[in-house]
Design a protein around this ligand. Structure first.
Ligand code: IPM
Ligand code: MN
Length: 356
């Protein structure tokens, strides 16, 4: 049998609390369904810097390379904001993405029908919203060389660069995702200004010939940001580069009411994946039982589906979460009946109850 080694990297802020609940759910489903998953844990981010002087210690990187899937909580916090660039907790995340070649970042934005009042848009604009942002994650301006400061320190620079190969491989992931959904793909770029976006558009357009069943459109990123808040349901799958995807996925997340609800998957070509909530470390609420563990638990559901092809176990978790929400139970980040507000661990337990 193929190994199923899961590494949990709780990280900083609310990361440990939400990972604790996600781990409970994973252990429960692993036991009841005899899935054969083994779980280990290691340090990452600011807490790893405190302990080992490195946000991505060698031991953690080795364990990550060896594992089939990783669940990461969150990294970062104010205590590490003034560290040198290479020691910041965020470097751990970027290091894992590039060392494991996790180029395909899938960020679904799905509105639960029980939460349409939590959206910042009118309920009718977002009712049944179900879209997927496919973000290129190991290239673009995040990793382009050269980067740095001028000799006189009077200027600083990064480079936005994409090769045809990089565009093609993320394009394929997006076309294939669109084929499994509503066969509608919108590629987002800034081709009216950036040379790199002109190439992006050419490569994506050429790929379209191989996916004749998918309707491809192109949109400039500024317009896409506007359209996401004007008429979000026009989108099904969006494919875009690293920086634009970072920004658009935060916009899309808020349309669903709470960033505390959204999972993500970052995959390489071997389906090894890093799964993490889209939210950050939220240091202001850390340790108080106020964090919403649903994004982390949904990240486990994505892991079961994408890294282990355990589709039934994955949808069991999604269904359990919808059942809990349908009964009006929420966490402190969501609008609703105050009497039904659960703490982080109460929400985890409630979801497990529904899984039995
Ligand atoms: C994200 C985050 C990261 C990013 C940061 C923490 C490096 O914002 O995953 O969206 O910019 O990619
Ligand atoms: Mn982001």
């Amino acid at each position: 049998m193929k190994t199923k080694e899961v590494l949990i990297l709780p990280g900083d802020g609310i990361g440990p609390e939400v990972c604790h609940e996600a781990k409970k759910v994973l252990e429960h489903i692993n036991d009841t369904k005899d899935l054969g998953i083994t779980i280990s844990e290691s340090a990452v981010g600011g807490c790893a810097f405190e302990e080992f002087g490195n946000p991505l210690p060698e031991k953690t990187l080795k364990l990550a390379q060896r594992s089939d899937a990783i669940l990461l909580g969150a990294v970062g916090g104010p205590s590490w904001d003034n560290l040198d660039y290479d020691l910041r907790p965020e470097r751990a995340l970027l290091g894992l993405r590039s060392e494991l070649d996790l180029f395909a970042n899938l960020r679904p934005a799905i509105l639960s029908k029980y939460l349409s009042d939590s959206s910042s848009l009118k309920p009718e604009k977002v009712l049944d919203l179900d879209m997927l942002i496919v973000r290129e994650l190991t290239g673009g301006i995040y990793f382009g060389e050269p980067r740095g400061r001028s000799d006189t320190n009077e200027s600083a620079f990064n480079t936005m660069v994409y090769s045809k190969n990089e565009i093609e491989r993320i394009g394929r992931v997006a076309f294939e995702a669109a084929q499994k959904r509503n066969k509608k793909l919108c590629s987002v770029d800034k081709a009216n200004v950036l040379e790199v976006s002109v190439l992006w558009r050419e490569v994506i357009s050429d790929l379209a010939d191989e996916y004749p069943d998918v309707h491809l459109s192109h949109m400039l990123v500024d317009n896409a940001a506007m359209q996401l808040v004007r008429e979000p349901k026009q989108f099904d799958v969006i494919v875009t580069g690293n920086l634009f995807g970072d920004i658009l996925s935060d916009i899309a997340a808020m349309l669903t009411g709470s960033i505390g609800m959204l999972p993500s998957a970052s995959l390489n070509s071997k389906n090894q994946g890093l799964y993490e909530p889209v939210h950050g470390s939220a240091p202001d609420i850390a340790g108080k039982g106020l964090a919403n563990p649903i994004a982390a638990i949904l990240s486990v559901a994505m892991m079961l589906k994408y890294s282990f092809s355990l589709n039934e176990a994955s949808s069991d978790i999604e269904i359990a979460i919808q059942e809990v929400l349908s009964e009006g139970y929420i966490t402190h980040d969501l609008e609703g009946n105050n009497n039904k507000k659960l703490s982080t661990s109460e929400m985890g337990n409630k979801i497990i109850e529904k899984l039995i």
